[in-house]
Ligand binder design. Structure first.
Ligand SMILES: [Zn+2]
Length: 124
């Protein structure tokens, strides 16, 4: 295999592709990392982006749906239950839509910067 420039972490992550080669799919299923890249063989077994993606998604979706609720209820004067239902459906849909790309982008940056969990070996 020739040594090629790895893709941008943003591009690889947003395309849900391997951060090493940019070709192989990163996930099997919705949010589960594959064991390795089918294209380049990069090992994803240690992949763990932790709670990072969920934190970003919560903050961003909250910033979208909170104003949406206010607009629906007080701007458009929808009944409270209708406004709340629309807002909750939007919140769930946005969270489900944003989680895979955020998880993939964070993992791509971890891969790029060789981030890993700190151990006792790091301080000795
Ligand atoms: Zn790959």
């Amino acid at each position: 295999m020739t040594a090629t420039q790895p893709p941008s972490a943003w591009v690889a992550g947003l395309r849900l592709r391997c951060p090493q080669c940019g070709q192989g799919r990163l996930f099997q299923g919705y949010l589960k990392f594959r064991d390795s890249c089918a294209a380049c063989g990069a090992d994803f077994k240690a992949a763990d982006s932790g709670d990072g993606p969920a934190v970003f998604v919560i903050l961003i979706v909250g910033a979208i749906v909170a104003p949406l609720l206010i607009i629906l209820q007080f701007g458009l004067k929808l009944p409270g239950l209708a406004a709340l239902t629309i807002t909750m459906v939007a919140a769930v849909a946005l969270c489900l839509a944003f989680l895979p790309p955020f998880k993939a982008v964070l993992f791509a940056f971890q891969w790029k910067h060789k981030a890993r969990e700190a151990t006792h070996a790091d301080i000795e």
